[in-house]
Design a protein around this ligand. Structure first.
Ligand SMILES: [Fe+2]
Length: 131
């Protein structure tokens, strides 16, 4: 395992940012694994092998969802955007545009950087909220 999830010197990064980067890397790996299993399942003919691969892909769904939930809990602006898009019927792009506008309305154009200006990732602001 390398350290390529860091794009800045790790020793200069706060512990919370290093953890955040690890989970982002993990989320990417779980998504890749889901895609790889999807391809293997599409071509496999042996039913026993298929059953194993489907079971394994299900594990990756779980891992991906846990990683995502962790990241969303730590990043309220991301969570707000996700809330407007995930599990909504209708046009995905339309929901995305609306969710982005709502989440960043009046933020002075700081954008979807993920962290708050104080570098806290908004962890404190999530405490006590039952979203
Ligand atoms: Fe996994």
């Amino acid at each position: 395992m390398g350290f390529d999830q860091y794009h800045e010197p790790p020793e200069e990064l706060p512990a919370a940012t290093r953890t955040f980067a690890r989970l982002c890397a993990s989320l990417t790996e779980e998504a890749e694994a889901i895609g790889w299993y999807e391809q293997r399942i599409a071509v496999e003919k042996d039913p026993e092998a298929l059953a194993i691969m489907r079971d394994a892909q299900g594990e990756e769904f779980k891992h991906f969802a846990m990683d995502l939930e962790f990241l969303l809990r730590r990043t309220p602006p991301w969570r707000e955007v996700a809330r407007g898009i995930l599990f909504q019927a209708g046009d995905i792009v339309e929901h995305g545009e609306e969710a982005e506008a709502e989440a960043f309305e009046g933020d002075g154009g700081s954008g979807a950087g993920g962290a708050y200006d104080d570098g806290s990732l908004g962890i404190g602001s999530m405490r006590g909220e039952n979203r």
